[in-house]
Design a protein around this ligand. Structure first.
Ligand code: PMP
Length: 416
């Protein structure tokens, strides 16, 4: 029997409960570091690092163009990664997956190629007050350019979407609804299936920003029936500079390309260009080949742990952390949705979040402080910033206890 296989088979909820998956992550072998900033970007497991270096050391060549074997093998690896994303998201065809730099680029691509041709002055683009700036700014830019009007689904005091307001906000002028699956600043898991159903009833296409969802819960784009789903690789334990957009095949086929260049064409004359079929026509130029392969390895990694196990484990951490942080006097959690990912955004009475973050860093605890690129949320809660601890598969309850202990010392230090 292969002993390594036994280890692989043990990667279940019990495996995670023993010490999280920390041992898989080289950077976290520094035992003193408490890393609680996975919402900004996750650490990388050895298997992802290996996939990147193996490719550069032994398999590197440009893709799609070479007749030589090395190039063909690189193409197979790159297209293989596309297939992994297809299966990861439950898409019908791998050609429905377009590689991009990340969620931000994906949303800009969709603003440009999907929504822009559909909007006239006075048409409406519906988003929510919970969005990351990357799902606000491209729509504001498009509004300025086209005269389309941006509308927002409002928040509630628990940091959930006020879905009672949604039916009225979906009007016959709404051309698209773009909504986050999981809020980066609050952790709220939105009921996107229900939101999509309501939008469908009004014939409104839906873009889901899955940047904070895919590391924590299983996604099935066909079951959701969303039109588009975007995410970034680096929050999913993969490399930076790579992400993907799922879109229904019928949409990709009807959309104009957004960047011109090599690899997205069938033929070019001095007068005009015939474009390649999707997804190639949306991937102009040499892509991040190694990044795509690394992302494929990251997907293999999380699937090896099992998304259901990851969700269950992180929900246990959420429950533990809610209790542990609940014992810190003066700490108020911002975002207390019933359905939440393991994110603790909080304010500590009498201490500015930046001071909290700096003090925590002194204890080797890495958290994010600020508005988390979601200023409309901060405006809603009437605060300039929060301190955010966002968890991943390598965290344990001990990390949260270290956080709470440090917060208690901060209170003493600031005499609050
Ligand atoms: N959407 C959400 C919900 C996010 O949290 C982020 C990253 N913080 C993004 C979009 C943008 O992702 P990226 O910076 O990787 O493009």
């Amino acid at each position: 029997m292969d002993p390594l296989k036994d280890v692989a088979d043990c990667r279940d909820l019990e495996f995670l409960r023993q010490n999280g998956a920390r041992a898989d992550f080289p950077l976290l072998q520094n035992e003193d570091l408490v890393f609680l900033d996975s919402g900004a970007s996750a650490q990388k497991p050895q298997v992802v690092l290996d996939a990147l270096t193996d490719f550069y050391r032994t398999g590197y060549a440009n893709i799609h163009r070479g007749v030589y074997r090395l190039s063909q093998q690189a193409t197979e690896l790159y297209e293989g990664a596309r297939g992994k994303i297809q299966r990861f998201l439950g898409a019908a065809e791998s050609s429905e997956i377009v590689f991009v730099r990340g969620a931000t680029e994906g949303l800009n691509l969709l603003a440009h190629s999907f929504v822009r041709p559909r909007v006239q002055p006075g048409d409406e683009i519906l988003i929510t007050q919970m969005e990351h700036h990357s799902n606000i700014v491209p729509w504001q830019m498009l509004g300025q350019e086209t005269g389309a009007v941006l509308k927002y689904v409002p928040l509630t005091g628990t940091g959930e979407l006020d879905l009672a307001a949604l039916p009225e906000l979906l009007t016959d002028r709404t051309r698209v609804l773009a909504v986050t699956h999981v809020s980066n600043a609050l952790g709220t898991i939105n009921p996107v299936a229900e939101i999509i159903r309501l939008a469908r009833e009004k014939g409104v296409p839906v873009i889901v920003d899955g940047a904070q969802a895919v590391p924590h819960l299983a996604v099935d784009v066909q079951a959701l029936d969303c039109d588009f789903y975007v995410f970034s690789g680096h929050k999913l334990y993969g490399p930076t500079g790579i992400g993907a957009v799922y879109g229904k095949a019928e949409h990709w086929r009807a959309m104009p390309p957004w960047q011109g260049g090599g690899d997205m064409i069938l033929s070019v004359t001095m007068e005009q260009t015939t474009y390649a079929e999707p997804p190639a026509c949306f991937e102009a130029g040499t892509p991040d080949i190694a990044g795509a392969i690394g992302l494929g390895a990251a997907i293999d990694y999380v699937q090896g742990l099992g998304l259901a196990n990851i969700t269950a484990y992180e929900q246990e951490l959420l429950a533990a952390g809610t209790e542990i942080l609940g014992a810190v006097p003066g700490l108020r959690v911002i975002g207390t949705a019933a359905d939440k990912a393991a994110v603790f955004s909080f304010v500590l009475e009498g201490v500015h979040p930046h001071d909290v973050g700096t003090f925590l860093d002194g204890d080797n605890i890495a958290v994010r402080t600020g508005h988390h690129c979601a200023q409309p949320i901060m405006d809603y809660f009437g605060i300039p910033a929060t301190t955010r601890a966002s968890l991943g598969v390598y965290n344990t309850a001990a990390d949260l206890e270290a956080l709470a202990e440090s917060l208690l010392r901060i209170r003493k230090f600031f005499r609050v």
